[in-house]
Design a protein around this ligand. Structure first.
Ligand code: NAP
Ligand code: ZN
Ligand code: ZN
Length: 384
């Protein structure tokens, strides 16, 4: 823990034993780590999970990936959130209980939850299976008031359990390692969706900007689709790693000559950079009818895109938000079939704050994953 951060309070209540089923219609307490203010860092918390309603699935969480969005959200970099805020939307675990109307899942099944736990289910986007673009706003896995559950504040996966409507629960193929599969629930689907939207085919030239959690998944998934991959990185230290991941070419984006040499060589670019940056040098690397999909959501404004660059080569500058539930299941099955998963470093609960600082410094290959079994351990970070 960094100097000046308050010592976390001890857990207020004894924690439940998820191996013993609670009586029906009774909620559970879950051990969690979350933020209590923009500067609190992550501290131990005890949160209440509702009893499964008829369509609900209760999950004993095993692993949860750490996404850069968790950092932006808990630190209030996008907007001031409601606290306490338990982040985490790359959740993998086993079903512990199901509601009376759930026949799709049974206790013991390995399942996942991504960035959404509900949506309106009625608007054009929801009907099209694009719940992430729900016109009334999807219900995020954390930090959102959930209209179907009495306006309760959703709390994410840095916790020992979660209760989610069956429509937003994914099947994790048993062939996938559960810890390495967790980042697929955000980093995987967020990069898979735009690659599919562009209809990437074998032989297409795909560029990936930023080699972090999303970026390394973009490389792996694009390779599995048969693409030829170029990585743009600001980190000279990642060149070798990018090649090991399968990139045919690595361009140091701070090297103007290298950027010029890449002009008009790519069909599509997946931009995963988490900080403001100038897109124009990257747009110059696209061929006619190319597209740049912006996935990174920096808290600050970015320099404007030059219209002439878009016009002269009929380029598309697009955004893309995670993926729908059906597409997320398709992605999980695709990754299982192609042996694709995330390169991870497992962290204990007491290492979460250090992991956030390392993520901001770009010091992770390529995704931290929390082992939720360690949420029960007394915090030692305050003593470090
Ligand atoms: P990450 O693991 O931290 O990776 C971001 C990468 O951006 C870094 O590894 C780094 O790669 C590059 N970068 C360049 N300059 C940077 C700077 N000044 N600060 C930070 N990174 C810099 O983050 P992530 O979890 O992949 O998330 C990436 C972004 O996507 C975040 O903004 C996140 O909020 C957003 N996101 C969007 C969606 C969506 O649905 N659109 C979903 C999830 C996440 P190099 O060292 O190779 O340059
Ligand atoms: Zn995420
Ligand atoms: Zn909707």
């Amino acid at each position: 823990m960094s100097p000046g951060r308050p010592v976390p309070p001890p857990l207020a209540k004894p924690l439940p034993d998820l191996s013993s089923p609670a009586p029906a219609a009774v909620g559970r307490l879950a051990a969690a780590y979350g933020a209590t203010s923009t500067h609190s860092g992550l501290v131990p918390l005890t949160i209440a999970r509702r009893a499964p309603k008829e369509d609900d699935v209760e999950i004993a969480i095993e692993f949860c990936g750490l996404c850069h969005s968790d950092v932006h959200a808990t630190r209030g970099e996008w907007r001031l959130p409601e606290y306490p805020l338990v982040p985490g939307h790359e959740i993998v675990g086993r079903v512990s209980r199901v509601g009376t109307a759930v026949s799709e899942f049974a206790p013991g099944d390995r399942v996942g939850v991504g960035c959404m736990v509900d949506s309106c289910r009625e608007c054009a986007s929801c009907r099209d299976g694009l719940e992430q673009y729900c016109e009334r706003g999807n219900v995020g896995t954390y930090g959102v008031r959930d209209p179907r559950n009495g306006g309760e504040l959703t709390q994410g996966g840095y916790s020992t359990s979660i209760v989610v409507d069956k429509r937003f629960v994914l099947r994790i193929p048993e062939a996938l390692d559960p810890a390495a599969a967790a980042p697929l629930l955000c980093a995987g689907i967020t990069t898979y969706s735009p690659l599919r939207h562009f209809h990437v085919k074998p032989g297409n030239a795909v560029g990936v900007m930023g080699l972090g959690g999303l970026g390394h998944m973009a490389v792996k998934i694009a390779k599995a689709m048969g693409a030829v991959v170029t990585v743009f990185t600001t980190s000279a230290s990642k060149v070798g790693a990018a090649v090991e991941l399968g990139a045919e070419r690595v361009v140091l984006s701070k090297d103007d000559d290298a950027m010029d040499a890449a002009a008009r060589s790519l069909d599509v670019i997946i931009d995963t950079v988490a900080a403001p940056h100038d897109l124009n040098p990257y747009l110059r690397t696209l061929r006619r009818d190319g597209a740049l999909y912006q996935l990174g959501l920096p808290p600050e404004d970015m320099p404007p895109v030059q219209p002439g660059l878009l016009i002269r080569r009929r380029l598309t500058y697009s955004g893309s938000l995670i993926g729908g539930i059906a597409e997320t299941q398709e992605m999980l099955d695709f990754c299982s079939a192609h042996g694709v998963a995330s390169d991870i470093e497992i962290v204990r609960a007491g290492q979460l704050n250090e992991a956030y600082d390392r993520m901001v410094a770009g010091d992770v290959k390529y995704r931290f994953v929390l082992d939720t079994a360690t949420l029960h351990e007394p915090s030692t970070e305050a003593d470090a």
